[in-house]
Design a binder for this molecule. Sequence first.
Ligand SMILES: Cc1cc2nc3c(=O)[nH]c(=O)nc-3n(C[C@H](O)[C@H](O)[C@H](O)COP(=O)(O)O)c2cc1C
Length: 324
Amino acid sequence: MILEKLNPVPYGSLVFAPMEGITDEAFRKTILKLYPEWDYLATDFLRVPSAGRYPFKHLVRHFGKDLSEIGWVKNKTMFQILTSHRAFTVQMVKDVASLDYPWMDINLGCPSNTVTKNGGGSSLLLDLVALRSLLKTIRENFPGRLTAKIRTGFHDTAEFEDSIRLLNDEGIEMITVHGRTRDMMYKVPAVWSYIEKAVKISQVPIIGNGDVWGLNDIDRMLNETGCHAVMVARGALKAPWIAQDYRRGHFQETAPERFVKIQNFFSEYRAQLESENISDRGLLKQSKSVSRFMLDGIQDSEVIRRKLLLSQTAPEFYSIIENF
Ligand SMILES: Cc1cc2nc3c(=O)[nH]c(=O)nc-3n(C[C@H](O)[C@H](O)[C@H](O)COP(=O)(O)O)c2cc1C
């Protein structure tokens, strides 16, 4: 099996974060078509089954096909898996490689109870000895680029530095550090000093993540932590065009400009979802999830936001967007 050799990730790259329920194929196609300034994107996690094997069809549906015609090529995407010690990891890893996905990312950060009580996501940080053997197994079976996305710990950060060294030792080629422990979930401010700590001890590049909300935060994270690249999650849901504005130096935005950007985004997103023959209900559900942060910070947008969330049909949702 020969996987495509990927070029190194350049310094200062901007990465659109993995987000479960959001960053599916239609969403990623929309992002890359409208905002090719994103250097990399991620898929949301594919859960490794605890028994049996996913059909290839399922894997391809989750990770997506190569869509070179709109410039979405496999080497721009990190394909994320979520596993545990109980899961059938080896088979899944081999299957991902055999389908030519050249970049696999391991989720070591998911905080949700459902995931952690089954031994996955951030709970893998609770036992570094066991984590080492899991990583060894994955590394032995995946010849492509192997990266990991990690929180600073589960309950506390006592083993943070050890976990970074461990990832280095076991052949992880790049590490995204989300500057929160699992117990901090999402609300407490991310602690960037842990990203800086990781940069100091890691031989492999560190991607900084956590609380990049605006354009200024991108430079601030690069400068304050020394990280190699920046990953944006909720800030990129609020403004999927943030990478474009950053590259164009467009640091000011009026509310009307923002509304036009939201309209453009949803017009393309709807077209992508409709091209998959999605049901009206599916279209409404996905569009509502994606709109969650997009009106944040716009004065008096509460009424519109409520109307969007209360809309009963996709045409109703889209007519609110069109009539901003
Ligand atoms: C709705 C949602 C879904 C997420 N799903 C994933 C996921 O599938 N895989 C993952 O590694 N992180 C996931 N995350 C975490 C983000 O990638 C990111 O690490 C976190 O939100 C911190 O970045 P931010 O402060 O820029 O939002 C998710 C976050 C949100 C808000």
